[in-house]
Design a protein around this ligand. Structure first.
Ligand code: AMP
Ligand code: MN
Ligand code: MN
Ligand code: MN
Length: 281
């Protein structure tokens, strides 16, 4: 089996390592095929590709697009696309567009429960001014001593119904899948076990994703248990989707799953990189 890690984040979105530091860490951990998948952003792709070359690792371009489906946020990973594609670049720019205002509103919500200066505090952690995310707020709230770690911040402040949560409209599923496909890449449903969908909603997600041209699903990820991986291996077979593998690594201090340190894909599945053989650089 190939040690492929096709999901992680750099300082270009909400990770704490630069693309170069990630490439070095991936190589040290035995990764053979790597993709950097920053949220709604491909500005780090050339750096990641160059760093992968320096390290002697194969590379697939990547991104993780925020999508709103059935009133919830779903993440669609794109792999192996042409990172100079104009429609993809423009679609991602629009998707990032509302983040600044959303962050101001998050800060207002937190101020109402006595946490002041969260916007400015979060900004200190931001590496890309167009990509302020909940993760940056979480880091500030830990620094400020409000919570002991980032999962606690999400639980108490940044998820639906909590003071710092602001509902947001992201890209449409069909648009995200089309931007990726039209740029010669493959769209993949990220960490499916993380969504709070009913069985009917989940069935609709997979059905519509497939109908729009989506071709893969993450089966082995840092956020799936062994049972969840087995479950989505079956879903992949049921929907005729290829399987992906990725740690979703964000930070040495925060992420439980390190780059490349993942179980293998279950047998019988088609790995996404087999569909992307001619896109590997
Ligand atoms: P945003 O795109 O601003 O909504 O932020 C989403 C990011 O927050 C995800 O990509 C994760 O990195 C992080 N995140 C979401 N939920 C949690 C959680 N429960 N614990 C820790 N990090 C989380
Ligand atoms: Mn993230
Ligand atoms: Mn995600
Ligand atoms: Mn991710």
């Amino acid at each position: 089996m190939l040690n492929a890690d096709l999901h992680c984040h750099s300082t270009v979105s909400d990770g704490t390592l630069t693309p170069e530091a990630l490439a070095e860490r991936a190589k040290a951990n035995g990764v053979e095929l790597w993709a950097l998948t920053d949220h709604d952003e491909i500005g780090g792709q050339q750096r990641a590709l160059d760093a992968a070359r320096t390290q002697g690792m194969k590379y697939l371009t990547g991104t993780e697009i925020s999508v709103t489906f059935a009133g919830q946020t779903v993440h669609i990973v794109g792999l192996g696309f042409d990172h100079h594609n104009t429609a993809l670049t423009e679609g991602l720019r629009r998707t990032r567009g509302g983040r600044g205002e959303r962050a101001q509103e998050m800060s207002d919500g937190l101020a109402k429960v006595g946490i002041h200066g969260a916007y400015e505090g979060a900004l200190k952690y931001v590496g890309n001014p167009e990509l302020i995310s909940r993760t940056h707020f979480a880091r500030f709230l830990v620094e400020a001593g409000v919570c002991k770690d980032t999962p606690e911040v999400f639980r108490k402040y940044l998820t639906e119904g909590k003071p710092g949560f602001v509902p947001h409209r992201w890209a449409r599923l069909q648009d995200a899948v089309q931007w990726i496909s039209d740029a010669s890449g493959i769209a993949v449903i990220a960490h499916p076990a993380r969504y709070g969908f009913t069985p009917n909603e989940e069935y609709a997600l997979f059905t519509e994703f497939k109908a729009h041209g989506g071709r893969g699903v993450e089966v082995v990820t840092g956020s799936h248990s062994t049972q969840e991986a087995a479950r989505y291996a079956e879903t992949a077979l049921e929907f005729g989707l290829a399987a992906s593998r990725g740690s979703d690594f964000h930070s040495p201090d925060e992420s439980h799953t390190d780059l490349g340190a993942l179980p293998w894909l279950p047998g019988q599945l088609t790995p996404v990189w087999e569909l992307l053989a001619d896109r590997i650089q």
